[in-house]
Design a protein. Structure first.
Length: 77
């Protein structure tokens, strides 16, 4: 099986506008086709989101980016 192809979603503009990004994240995660994943860019490590999606069957990896933000990859195993 090949590695998933990831779509990127940067939530920093939503957060800067005072908008809760969870509904938009949910919509994008629900729309993932088999073999695809979502890379979330956030100003902090979204630990509660990682736990939530893990409980729904998603795998994740995360890394601190050079700009200080976090990139978290989500995909179904």
């Amino acid at each position: 099986m090949s590695a998933p192809k990831f779509k990127t979603f940067d939530v920093r503009p939503l957060l800067a506008s005072g908008i809760e990004p969870l509904p938009e994240i949910r919509k994008r995660v629900a729309a993932l086709a088999p073999g695809t994943g979502l890379t979330l860019i956030a100003p902090f490590m979204p630990a509660p989101l990682i736990e939530l999606l893990k409980s729904e069957g998603f795998e994740s990896t995360m890394e601190r980016r050079h700009d200080g933000a976090w990139a978290v990859n989500f995909w179904r195993a």
